[in-house]
Design a protein around this ligand. Structure first.
Ligand code: SAH
Length: 393
């Protein structure tokens, strides 16, 4: 791991860069990541452990080490006989993420990590410390097939889906680093009350709902009570999507009230077809209807993400149209998170002017819609929304 990274040699994505508007749903087939304890639901673990020739109760012991104690080092598993430990760790706790780059921004409050996966694919996570919470922004795919033209990840195409355990490991890794004080901020580190990861957002690389089973597996591992999982609150987890309508409905039926964020970016089909190419499959109204159904099913207020792009989607009439479309479904079910566009290489677009941004926000509020500009972190380390692309690691 290096603080001042040298250029990293990158694997070629198995897909070519997508043509404008082209969508990729099927991840190219590559070698499967090694299987890992976190790939299995609690009820399956006993059988897996037995099939490896161990006694079934070892499954619980191993889960306690990994999910509760955050331990994957056999030396620290003193309740297990030595031979059992090394076998179990080899077979069920293989190394999935190798940190290759760590970069700091915002006075050390933001950290971006680039990880190498077993097959050389590279993904990134961003850890952000706030006064009362710690948020990790995680990846669910290496690359992304959704091809939004303003997003660096989308421009590079889809390399592959991540496994459940690869998704979970990003959070475990961060939780462990916080617990040991590694990231607790040097002198002001409080060893008695180490920081915990309170929020997880699926806003790193990838469209998680296009990798549905791995993503829902990860959500279950994060929310299952310890020692079966990390015991996080579903309320602290945000699933962000371009608007894959069937995926939103499926998620609503899971009975886990995570927060849904819909990346809308335009209230009209003409513009959204260009900005978010999935709109050619599911239109603005269909995406908003699905978001509303999600709210009805879970009681969780939905977030609408709206990257403000200068002279493209930041006109007052678009704010009015957006508010009208949301209010038509009901009141109090949604809030809007505009975010100034973060610059990405090769894109001609830039953030709206501050006055225009303010006007857009005020118009939305005037329609009674709670609106908060999203704080953007990590811009100078290419760690901000839409800037994650392994090439910059
Ligand atoms: N595939 C998911 C998660 C990806 S990124 C989704 O699209 O929702 C998380 C958020 O960052 C999305 O709302 C995305 O539209 C937004 N985003 C992408 N590129 C951006 C950029 N250059 N500036 C600001 N936000 C961006």
């Amino acid at each position: 791991m290096t603080e001042n990274p040298a250029p990293v040699s990158l694997p070629e994505p198995t897909t070519a860069r997508p043509a404008p508007g082209e969508l990729t749903f099927r991840a190219p087939r590559r070698g499967k990541p090694p299987r890992h304890l976190a790939d299995f639901a609690p009820a399956e673990r006993k059988e897996v452990v037995e099939s490896l020739g161990h006694q079934g109760f070892r499954a619980k012991q191993l889960s306690t080490h990994y999910f509760e104690r955050l331990v994957d080092n056999p030396e620290q598993m003193t309740d297990l006989p030595k031979a059992v430990r090394s076998d179990l760790v080899r077979d069920l706790l293989p190394t999935l993420l190798t940190p290759i780059v760590r970069r700091q921004a915002d006075d050390g409050q933001t950290m971006k990590y680039a990880w190498r996966l077993h097959d050389g694919a590279i993904v990134e996570s961003v850890l952000m410390r706030y006064p009362n919470r710690v948020t990790i922004c995680i990846s669910s795919q290496a690359g992304c097939g959704m091809n939004c033209p303003f997003c660096a990840t989308g421009q590079a195409g889809l390399t592959r889906n991540m496994s459940t355990a690869e998704i979970v490991e990003q959070v475990v890794w961060a939780a462990r680093a916080l617990r040991t004080g590694e990231l607790a901020g040097g002198e002001d580190a409080d060893r008695e009350h180490p920081l915990r990861v309170s929020n997880v957002v699926f806003m790193g690389m990838g469209e998680a709902l296009a990798n549905y089973s791995a993503a829902i597996g990860a959500i279950r591992r994060l929310t299952d009570p310890a020692p079966d999982g990390l015991g996080m609150s579903a309320r602290g987890i945000t699933m962000s999507t371009v608007g894959l309508v069937p995926g939103i409905d499926k998620l609503a039926a899971e009975g886990i009230p995570v927060t849904l964020a819909l990346s809308l970016h335009a209230p009209d089909d003409e513009l959204r077809d260009e900005l978010v190419p999935i709109n050619t499959r599911w239109k603005v109204d269909e995406a908003i209807d699905a978001a509303y159904r999600y709210y009805r099913a879970t009681g969780r207020r939905v977030s609408i993400e709206y990257a403000l792009i200068r002279d493209i989607n930041d006109q007052g009439w678009r704010a009015d149209l957006l508010a009208q479309k949301l209010n038509r479904r009901g009141r109090g079910w949604v809030h809007i998170n505009p975010i100034p566009l973060n610059p990405t290489p090769g894109s001609k677009w830039t953030a709206s002017r501050p006055g225009v941004e303010q006007n857009f926000v005020e118009r939305l509020r005037a329609h009674g819609i709670p609106t908060t500009i999203r704080d953007t972190r990590g811009q100078d380390i290419d760690g901000a929304c839409g800037q994650l692309a392994a090439a910059t690691a």
